[in-house]
Design a protein around this ligand. Structure first.
Ligand SMILES: [Zn+2]
Ligand SMILES: [Zn+2]
Length: 152
């Protein structure tokens, strides 16, 4: 949950801070969400985040698990770290498959397809659907794109 919030906020505030960021200049330009979005020939470099970005995403989760460690138990803090790391991995992996379909079993999964569509809309309407690995925070913070809403 914390990793998902960090993922959401970093994408919204940092990557979409202004149009000069590489995320807009490259990632959103290469995949425009209409003609280009999903292509087995995609270059992984155009999709994957830098390792440093993933480490920054993990910081709040690491701090949170440290807090658990200090206040309660080692096993719960370890669990928080593992869940957080798995979530960050899931964000990268699912995002990779959204743009570069690879015939994996999971790509037929309903939730996967729902999130893929959620992300495709983000590539068209930048100010909606910031969540990649989940749409939870888009729903809570009301940035989920709705068909009958006029996009800004
Ligand atoms: Zn974006
Ligand atoms: Zn994308």
């Amino acid at each position: 949950m914390i990793s998902a919030l960090t993922e959401y906020l970093l994408h919204k505030i940092y990557l979409h801070k202004d149009s000069g960021h590489d995320h807009i200049r490259f990632h959103h330009t290469i995949f425009n969400g209409k003609e280009t979005f999903s292509n087995p020939q995609s270059n992984p470099k155009d999709i994957l985040s830098a390792m440093s970005y993933n480490i920054v995403t993990a910081i709040p989760t690491i701090l949170y698990s440290l807090l658990i460690y200090i206040n309660s138990s080692f096993s719960y803090s370890l669990l928080a770290i593992i869940v957080g790391a798995l979530y960050i991995f899931w964000v990268e992996y699912s995002h990779y498959l959204y743009h570069k379909p690879s015939g994996k079993f999971i790509e037929k999964n309903k939730i996967f397809l729902h999130l893929k569509e959620h992300h495709r809309i983000h590539h068209i309407y930048y100010s909606y659907n910031y969540g990649i690995g989940s749409n939870m925070w888009d729903i809570i913070l009301k940035s989920q794109y709705k068909k009958n809403k006029t996009p800004q």
